[in-house]
Ligand binder design. Sequence first.
Ligand code: ATP
Length: 744
Amino acid sequence: MASADLTSEREYVATLYARLDELRDEAKDQLEAVRRTNQGGTHQNRSERDAFARIYEDRVSQLTEIDERLAFGRLDLVPVGDDPTVHRYIGRIGLRDENLQPILLDWRVPQARAFYQATAATPLGARARRHITSKGREVVRIDDEIFDASLLEGDTSSLQGEAALLATLTAQRTGRMGDIVATIQAEQDRIIRSDLRGVLVVQGGPGTGKTAVALHRAAYLLYSHRDRLATSGVLIVGPSRSFLQYIEAVLPSLGETGVVLSSVGQLYPGLDTANEDTQDVSVLKGSVEMAALLARAVKSRQVVPRQPQTLEVNGEYLTVEPQLIQNAMHRAWESRKPHNEARAIFNKAAINALAKQLAAQLRDHGNTIEDSDQNWLKEDIRTAEDVKVALNTAWIPLTPQKLLQDLYARPQWLATLTPDWSAERRALLRRDREADFTVSDVPLLDEAAELLGAVSGGGDAEKRERKQQRKRDIENAEQSIRNMGVEGLVDAESLADGFEAAVERGSTADLAAADRSWAYGHIVVDEAQELSPMQWRLLMRRNPQKSFTIVGDVAQASAAASASSWADALQPVVGDNWRLEELTVNYRTPAQIAESAESMAIAHGLTITRSRSVRASEWPVAVVEATDLLSAVEEAVATDRGIDALGTIAVIASASMVDDLSERLAARFGDDVGRGAAGLNRAVAVLTPQESKGLEFDAAIVAEPQLIIDEIARGAAALYVAMTRPTQRLHLVTTTALPVGILD
Ligand SMILES: Nc1ncnc2c1ncn2[C@@H]1O[C@H](COP(=O)(O)OP(=O)(O)OP(=O)(O)O)[C@@H](O)[C@H]1O
C-alpha cells in the first residue's frame, strides 16, 4: 500500500472530522440561541422552543455518537462526462461542506450501493473500492479492491474487503452486537435494500448474519421511507430479553432510536413475562385450535335464558320471554363487533324492547303513556337492579385476563367447550386463577382482546384521538421546520416528539408499544422459526399491510410449538405471498466447529442450510470426557480463560443443570459469572440452549450434549444452536457418550 495513499486518506478524513466538529458547534450554538429566544412568549412559543431545543440536543448527541468510524469506505468511479468527482466517500452519516456539496455519503443512499455490491464482473460504475479502517479519528489502514479490468489481476473472490472483514470477525466479542456497516457483503446488501412491501423471509444457517442484516434493513427502511415509517413505527421482535439486550445498541449506533424492541413475552401491552410452560402445554397453547376455542368461550358467555324471567322495574313486574333476549342478541351479532362492543348494541336493543313491553303493560293497567315518555321508561329500565342482573347474565362484559383465567381454572366449563378433547388434553390447560401468565399466554390474551374489544368503548375513541393528535403534531412540526428554514436538518417526527403535550403522550415508539391495536409500518421478526401459529396470528394483526422482514433458520427451531418449514408457518397467515432470500456464508463460526455441528445435525435428521465459513480458527473442537461434570466444566472455563483472559465464554447446558453449574462456577470465578441475561455483561454466561439463541461468544462450553438432546423436545436443534455460538473455541464436556455425528 502506497504510504502516499494513506497520508491522503488521513488528510481527507481529517477534513470530514473538521466538518463534523463544525456542524456540532453549529448545533450547539443553535441550541443556545433557541434557549435564549422567547424566554417569555406564549405557551405555544415556549412549547415550540422547547421542541427545537430537544432537536438540537439530539443532533448534538447524534453528531457526538457518530464519532467512531465516521467514514469507512471510498468508491473510485469511472468519470462520466464533465463530472470531475471520481471519489465518493461512504460513512455512517452523510455530510455536506459549507457550499452544500456532499463530502460524505450516508451508507443508505442509492449512490452508496456500489460500495457493497460492485464486483469485478459487475462494477456498477466503480473502478475500485477502498476500505478505510480507523482507530478513533486516525486512519490506520486502507485496503483496495480493483474492478477496472485493465488493473485486475485474477482476484474474483466474492467476499468484499476480506482484510477489513476478517479483522472484524476475529475481534473479541463484548456481549453486545455491533454494527457491520463497513463490511456489509453483497448478498446481505441486496436483502437490506429489498422493497419495503410484502413479506420477505431471510433463511440462513447459524452465523450467516441474519440478525445483522435484519437490523441494518430496519435502519435502511427507516431512512429511505422516513415519511411513512415515522408515524407508523417499526417493531423488532426477538426471542428473549437477553437477545434484545444483545442487539439493543446496533440501531442507535446507526443513528436510529425510534423503534420498538420487544420479546415475544412482551407483545401484549401491560404484560412482560419470560415464564415458559412445559413443552406439551406450549404446543397446545400455540396451536391455532386455541383461536377457535377462545371464540367458542366468548360465544358461550352470550346466554339466552331457558325460562321466562320476572323482573321488577319501579314496582312493575315484567315477564321477559327468552325470545326478547334472543332478538337483542341477533341485533348485536349482526354488527359483527367484538363481544364488549356488541354488548352495548345488545343492551340498547334489549332495553328498547323492554321499554315497549313496559309501556304496553302500563297502558293495560290503565295508565296513559305518550311516546315522549319512552325516554323515562328506558331510564327506569336501565337503572333497575333486576334488569342489570338479567342483561349481565345474558351478556357479561369480559377482560382477556378474566376469560383466560376462567378457562384454565374452571374445568367443567372447559369440558363443555371441548367435547371432543381427551381429559388429558384438557388437563394441560388446568391452572389456578392466580397463576402467572406465560409467554404462550401472550398471543392468547391478544386473541381474546381481539374477540372482546374494549370494555367501555371509550378506550378506542381515546386511542383514535391520540393518533390523530400525533398526526397534527407532525404536520405542525413540518410547518415549523419550513418556517425556521431548517429542512433536512431536523425531522418532523423528532420535533413533534418534543412538543410539550406530546412529551406527556409519548413518542411514536412509546405510543405503539403501549397500544395493542397499533398498526406498525414494518415488523422485523428475528429467530422467527420459533414462533407458534398463535404468535404468528398476533404479529399479523400488528401489521395489517403485511410488510415484514422475517429472519431465521428452520433447522434451529427448538421451541416445541414451532413449525418445520417457512411454508407451514406462513401459509395460514399470508398464503403464498412471501419471498425468500438465503444467506450462505457463515461469518461467526470457524469451519471446524461449523462442520462438527452440521455433521451432528445431519446425523439427527435435521434439514440444515449448509453454509461456507469464511475462516477457520486455530483451535480444534475440544472434547473433555469426564467423570465429574461440574469440576470438568469448571476446569474447561479455567483453560479457556488461560487462552484468552479477556474473552467472553458461554457455558451452555440443559435446564436441569444450569443452576448447579452457575453456582459452582460462581464459587470459583465470583462476579465474573452470570446466569441467563445477567451473564451477558460478565465474562462467563451460564445459559440454556434456548437462552443462547441468536447470541455469540468467543468460546462456548457445552455441558453434557447428549442430555440436551434427551431433555428438550427438539433436542438436536437445541444442540445445533449451542454448538454454533462461538467465534473461536468450542469445548464439549461429557460424562457419557458424545451424540452421534459430532466430529472432533
Ligand atoms: N458483513 C459482515 N461484516 C462483519 N461482520 C458480520 C457480517 N455479517 C455478519 N457478521 C457478524 O457475524 C456474526 C453472526 O451474525 P448474526 O448474529 O447476524 O448471524 P445469524 O445468522 O443471526 O446467526 P444465528 O442464526 O446463529 O442467530 C455477528 O458477529 C455479525 O456481526
